[in-house]
Design a protein around this ligand. Structure first.
Ligand code: GDP
Ligand code: IMO
Ligand code: MG
Length: 432
């Protein structure tokens, strides 16, 4: 019996939330291991829609333990707001159902502000990333710079002021440089002390909780946020997020050794989308892009931005299969392609006159690659809401089989609508 890691194999928004929610029925523990409230995961259960950004998608199921691992950057205010929203929807997030790692770095208001100041300044110089402006990048910078305030610091009011001062020395230099007023010690201390009581009851030694649960034979599901092409090392740098989003991070970002991590499931959309700036070889800024965006409701959960849309890029997903060790994929949103007379798939790139079968690492080359397409016939029937392989039109099955071949990984799950139960199981990742 394997544990399972779910990762996005494209630029995020592949449908990870839906699949994690579906898989969490078979799991005991669901763990977030990177990213923060830049994620936007949508779950639809019996017509009821839940939008989660910071909490693991397992939280809507009774009897499951949710965990926020040390690899996450944690905004206490976003947490309190999300817990409140879920309460209004009838989901109680109590400390016996959720644990937050004591060594998790915090996102403070000054991180969010710095993210915004930089994006505003970059708008004029053409170096904008198009971040979610949630303070993710600045919080990871402080973590790696060894000056972050962490969850456990909220319990130590003697040393907290010293940590805040150290952080402010750094941030106020940046703020002055960008022409913004300094942040004050009093304001940051007030911000932290006002939320401490709401956070501390959830704090735990997560590495130990996971070790105990694993030894007890429980099933652990790791929920990735963002996608492989947004990974700080393997993505389209610098147009990426500030964490490792690949499956390897599940171990470091939770405190469980890599041997316990298990089956890697790559969530893969039947076409491609991206939010924010950066290269996107198969982007369709035409009626096809409009069709995919409208039919697929491709609007960001966190920022409401329209997602850029394009054809399936097998080069990128093949690379994602390799760097994550993806054993099988969950293919989502096949139904969005219903009714298209023909469907294109990118199988290779042309770069400066040469044909290549990988994404080059340099920013300049990534901007220059041109997709080489294969054209497949579409299907006239519908895949929407199908719950059995036999309900799929023959041509749709052909498309799925062709994708499997191009990326070198089989379909383990097929999703045919936003609803939890519109999911076809081919191979159970927990049993494989
Ligand atoms: P995530 O960030 O990877 O969790 O994905 P998002 O929730 O941001 O975006 C995926 C969107 O597609 C959500 O609105 C889901 O409800 C929806 N969705 C998931 N799977 C399917 C599917 O198979 N078909 C359709 N039509 N929508 C889906
Ligand atoms: P889920 O988990 C899609 C993108 C932003 C921007 C870049 C950096 O829902 O798939 P950041 O705020 O992280 O510093 O922004 O990353 N981005 C996402 N795009 N889905 C996400 O999460 C994303 N999280 C960040 O749009 O281009
Ligand atoms: Mg999303």
């Amino acid at each position: 019996m394997a544990n399972v890691v779910v990762v996005g194999s494209q630029w995020g928004d592949e449908g990870k939330g839906k699949i994690v929610d579906w898989l969490s029925e078979r799991a005991d523990v669901v763990v977030r291991f990177q990213g923060g409230h830049n994620a936007g995961h949508t779950l639809v259960v019996d017509g009821k829609v839940y939008k989660l950004s910071l909490l693991p998608s397992g939280v809507v199921r009774e009897g499951k333990l949710s965990i926020i691992g040390n690899g996450v950057v944690f905004d206490p205010h976003a947490f309190v707001t999300e817990v409140g929203k879920l309460k209004d929807q009838g989901v109680e997030v109590t400390p016996d159902r959720l644990k937050i790692a004591e060594n998790t770095a915090l996102i403070l208001s000054l991180h969010r502000e710095l993210d915004g100041f930089r994006e505003d300044a970059a708008s004029n110089s053409g170096t904008k990333i198009g971040t979610t402006r949630r303070g993710i990048g600045p919080a990871y910078e402080d973590k790696v710079g060894r000056r972050a305030v962490r969850v456990m610091d909220l319990a130590d009011l003697e040393t907290l002021p010293l940590k805040v001062d150290r952080l402010l020395t750094h941030h106020n230099a940046l703020r002055r440089g960008l022409g913004h007023p300094e942040a004050t010690h009093e304001a940051i201390m007030a911000e932290l002390t006002s939320v401490a009581d709401r956070i501390l009851p959830y704090m735990d030694r997560v590495w130990k909780v996971l070790d105990d649960r694993r030894k007890a034979g429980e099933r652990i599901l790791f929920e990735g946020a963002q996608g492989t092409l947004l990974d700080i090392d393997h993505g389209t740098y610098p147009f990426v997020t500030s964490s490792n989003t690949v499956a390897g991070q599940a171990a470091a970002g939770s405190g469980m050794g890599p041997g316990g991590v298990g089956y890697v499931l790559g969530i893969t959309k039947a076409y491609t989308t991206r939010v924010g700036e950066g290269p996107f070889p198969t982007e369709q800024t035409n009626e096809i892009g409009e069709f995919l965006g409208t039919k697929g409701h491709e609007f960001g959960v966190v920022t409401g931005r329209k997602r850029r849309c394009g054809w399936f890029d097998a080069v990128l997903v093949r690379q994602a299969v390799a760097v994550n060790g993806i054993k099988g994929i969950a293919l989502t949103k096949l139904d969005v392609l219903d009714g298209l007379p023909e469907i294109k798939v990118c199988t290779a790139y042309r770069l400066d006159g040469e044909v290549i079968d990988y994404l080059p690492a340099s920013q300049g080359a990534q901007a220059r690659v041109e997709p080489i397409y294969e054209t497949l016939e579409g299907w006239s029937g519908t895949t929407a809401g199908a719950r059995s392989w036999n309900d799929l039109p023959a041509q749709a099955v052909k498309y799925v089989r062709h994708i499997e071949e191009l990326i070198g990984a089989p379909v383990a799950l097929l999703s045919t609508s936003p609803e939890r139960d519109d999911t076809i199981l081919v191979t159970d990742p927990f049993q494989d």
